[in-house]
Design a protein around this ligand. Structure first.
Ligand code: MLT
Length: 394
């Protein structure tokens, strides 16, 4: 066999491609109905001024011989890694610039990290789950096992007795459910991983949305995590970089398995497969951590939070069960009237021109659920709420 037949284990198309396909068909059939997308978690606020200024300045630097930059540093430019380490210090967490790798966003690293493991390894995921972990693991031929993330455990499963895996993906605040692990719950995962010799990949892409000061933003706030955890984060949702692309991954130099150092392995892998992120984008990303950049990002997140509150009030008025939206840009709701996820998707699209994401696309436990994002423009979100209320006769 010469071809990668694991492709046939995947759903026919990536979840968000399928949603986009159905929306395009609906738009062609009903061009008069303006569509409001609260589906894919794509931001709508533009890059803030300090970021744009830094990007532009760096582009001009690239156009002058005296300030021109060729290839950057292997792990990403030091000025950005230092700024990220400073951000961690502000969270009360110690991550050193030497542990950090700059990337083009979380997704490629989340998928690529499984290359540190042998083909026969077992990957443990939650169900429902961000489909990129699942699809990348299946494509690489990994054995994938699932822990149920259900209402009964607050969508926050913990390692069960007898639970065995080599690599575990955790996402907190969680995509799609918006649930956030407490420090004690993360400590249970860290203790388990260290005892088992497993590695945790912690996706912190939504950490900036945590409003509750008691909740942890980083796995590294748990002692012992430096010997079992890799953390992946992104500027996409925090600073509006979905179309600009930049993220970072911490692989502590203290993380070893079977006599191998995972930091050294990741460096070897990265230097083989990528020459990193462009100098202007790294300059733009570093500007996120200036006082002005932080203030602008906080303002945008406050706007998204108001959207979440507006959506939450709508669901409450309709008596629809939901969670999330408080420490996360995602609201996870039960489809009303016994509809399944795709039925409710069609109902909302046909009846209100509002797009969400069917929960079943995130796994079997997502069936009967639906995800809305708070990343829409403020006026669009308010209009979506009006349309949904009208659909239900309010
Ligand atoms: C989502 O909607 O789940 C995210 O936008 C996907 C992503 O960040 O790749």
């Amino acid at each position: 066999m010469k071809m990668n037949h694991h492709f046939s284990e995947l759903p026919g198309s990536y979840l968000f491609s399928e949603v986009a396909k159905r929306v395009a068909a609906h738009r062609a059939a009903r061009p008069e109905q303006g569509i409001i997308s609260l589906g894919i978690g794509d931001v709508t606020r533009p890059l803030c001024r300090p970021v744009v200024a830094a990007l532009a300045e760096a582009c001009f630097e690239q156009g002058r011989a005296e300030t021109f930059h060729g290839y950057g540093e292997e792990q990403g430019d030091l000025f950005l890694r230092q700024a990220i380490a400073g951000h961690y210090a502000g969270l009360g967490v110690r991550v050193e610039p030497e542990d950090l790798f700059i990337s083009d966003g979380a997704k490629s690293d989340l998928a690529g990290l499984s290359e540190l493991f042998s083909p026969g390894c077992t990957v443990l995921l939650q169900d429902p789950v961000y489909p990129a972990y699942r699809d990348a693991s299946l494509l690489a031929g990994r054995r994938v096992e699932y822990l149920d993330a259900v209402r009964e455990n607050g969508f926050l499963p913990l390692p069960e007795p007898g639970c065995r895996a080599d690599l575990v993906y955790l996402c907190s605040p969680g995509n799609p459910t918006g649930a956030v692990y407490s420090r004690e719950q993360l400590a249970a995962w860290v203790a388990w991983a260290n005892a088992q010799g497993a590695v945790l990949v912690f996706d912190a892409a939504y950490e900036a949305f945590i409003a509750d000061p008691a909740l942890p933003h980083s796995i590294y706030s748990v002692p012992g995590s430096e010997t079992c955890a890799i953390e992946v984060c992104s500027f996409s949702k925090t600073a509006g970089f979905t179309g600009t692309r930049c993220g970072y991954t911490a692989v502590p130099r203290t993380l070893q398995r079977e006599g191998l150092n995972l930091h050294d392995m990741w460096l070897r892998r990265q230097t083989t497969k990528t020459n990193g992120v462009s100098y202007p984008v790294q300059r733009g990303a570093a500007a996120v951590f200036t006082a002005e950049g932080q203030a602008a990002c906080r303002e945008n997140i406050a706007l998204y939070r108001r959207n979440a509150q507006c959506l939450a009030a709508c669901l409450e008025e309709l008596g629809i069960w939901f969670c999330g939206g408080e420490n996360s840009p995602y609201l996870w709701l039960e489809c009303p009237d016994g509809m399944d996820s795709w039925q409710f998707f069609d109902h909302l699209l046909q009846g209100a021109g509002v797009v969400g994401t069917p929960g079943s696309g995130f796994g079997k436990n997502g069936e009967g659920y639906f995800r809305l994002t708070a990343f829409g423009a403020e006026a669009d979100t308010a209009e979506a709420v009006r349309r949904i209320l009208r659909l239900y006769g309010r």
